[in-house]
Design a protein around this ligand. Structure first.
Ligand SMILES: O=C(O)C1=C[C@@H](OP(=O)(O)O)[C@@H](O)[C@H](O)C1
Ligand SMILES: C=C(OP(=O)(O)O)C(=O)O
Length: 409
């Protein structure tokens, strides 16, 4: 499905949108519920990634296909490795077979797991024979993906002696590790994170706990972008958010203030207002704590005609696509002056945006969602627009609510 988009006739927007639950919090909560049956969950994400996670957790034998869901791949690897009597082959989309799992598999093997590669060493598909994991201490590199660490932490309290992790190298995507620990704490598991060492106490049962998933901040980023590209006076309300978010992407409220978007909290709603037409000379940001909002920010800056220098992007090459390359190609088509390395992106200020360009999305939901706000400035085509369902199935419906014209080609 390719979509032709144009923005609302008035650039002064007023709207209120309910955003689905965080896929990161949902997939952690689902795993914890599978381990501790008296955990209940509300505001769970309606995304494909949460759906494949929920289905995967119910399978005991045979093939578990998690499609494009990185968290499901990594979290289920730890889960199945520690579940006696289960034997599965965990696999996913073509792209998933190119996303590395070696660091996690090595760590689990060191704990005693039985995991074999079905095709290429270091990559899915993998055959996992569940076992009681005997060891309780392991070291692993922490600079490639935090999902490996979260996977180990999620099963940690169910291990006989708990778990001690020694993290090697510069820890990446730290807020996601803290989110995992916070959710463990919420169900009553004791943890500590001191320097490079994380310790999780063994826990056989937990008190009945109801986990309320906060709505997804990465999904909110596209509305921050739309507000930044709109006229002064625009107000968009998003729910349901928490003042003390576990999601690192909540840093959006600080970042977009530099682009004239002011955020206030009112109960469980964030109110985004365009208060000024700001044009900072150049936006310099280090995003290793919030990699998923890099595409949104790069596209917003392009739409505003300002330059940016984004660093800390070393994880982007192994996500749904090589996001640095994809941004380079697609922003260039629109007339951007952009350069990328394997961990940074630099955009020069440009005045003009080429109209009616068809943006390729590379099976990456965030390519589709990050480029759509440019319809505030020009007409644009988004190819294979259905990719958004990975994290935000209602995205196009919600843009229509903002009076965007969304037409199938
Ligand atoms: O743990 C999580 O829920 C996630 C961690 C991040 O991945 P990396 O740790 O691989 O950067 C992030 O990009 C992904 O969307 C979700
Ligand atoms: C990187 C992402 O997801 P995952 O790694 O879970 O596939 C994402 O949603 O941007």
């Amino acid at each position: 499905m390719n979509l032709y988009l144009s923005g609302p006739s008035s650039k002064l927007l007023k709207a209120a949108i309910q955003i689905t639950g965080s896929k990161s919090e949902s997939n952690r909560s689902l795993l914890l519920r599978a381990l501790y049956s008296n955990v209940t969950i509300s505001n769970i994400s309606n995304s494909d990634d949460a759906e494949v996670m929920e289905k995967g957790l119910k399978i005991s034998k045979g093939i578990v296909d998690i499609h494009h869901a990185g968290t499901a791949m990594r979290f289920l690897t730890g889960y199945f490795a520690s579940q006696e009597s289960k034997e599965v082959v965990l696999t996913g989309s073509q792209r998933m077979t190119e996303r590395p799992v070696k660091v996690l598999v090595d760590a689990l093997r060191n704990l005693g797991a039985d995991i074999e590669y079905e095709k290429n060493d270091g990559y899915p598909p993998i055959r996992i024979k569940g076992k009681k994991l005997k060891n309780h201490s392991v070291s692993l590199p922490a600079d490639i993906s935090s999902q490996y660490i979260s996977s180990l932490l999620l099963i940690a309290p169910s291990l006989e002696k708990g778990l001690e992790l020694n993290l090697i190298g510069k820890i990446t995507s730290v807020p996601y590790i803290k989110m995992t620990l916070a959710l463990l704490n919420e169900i009553g598991v004791e943890t500590s994170f001191d320097g490079n060492t994380i310790i999780v106490t063994p826990t056989t049962s937990v008190e009945p706990t109801s986990l309320v998933v906060e709505s997804d901040w990465s999904s909110a980023s596209y509305f921050y972008s739309i507000v930044a590209l709109s006229a002064v006076g625009t107000v968009i309300k998003l729910s349901a958010y928490k003042r003390n978010s576990l999601q690192g992407d909540s840093v959006l409220s600080e970042i977009y203030q530099k682009l004239g978007v002011y955020t206030v909290f009112e109960e469980n709603t964030i109110i985004l207002s365009k208060t000024a037409d700001l044009k900072p000379g150049n936006l310099n940001l280090e995003l290793s704590d919030a990699p998923d909002i890099a595409q949104t920010i790069a596209v917003t800056c392009f739409g505003l005609g300002i330059g940016c220098h984004l660093t800390g992007l070393h994880t982007l090459k192994i996500k749904e696509t090589d996001r640095l390359e994809a941004l380079d190609i697609e922003l260039s088509k629109l007339g951007a002056s952009i350069s990328v390395t394997d961990k940074a992106l630099t955009l020069e200020p440009t005045e003009n945006i080429t109209a009616d360009v068809a943006i390729d999305t590379y099976n990456d939901h965030r390519m589709a969602m990050a480029f759509a706000p440019l319809a505030m400035k020009t007409t644009i085509i988004v190819n294979d627009a259905e990719v958004v369902s990975k994290s935000y199935p209602d995205y196009w419906k919600d843009l229509k609510q903002l009076q965007f014209s969304v037409k199938e080609l």
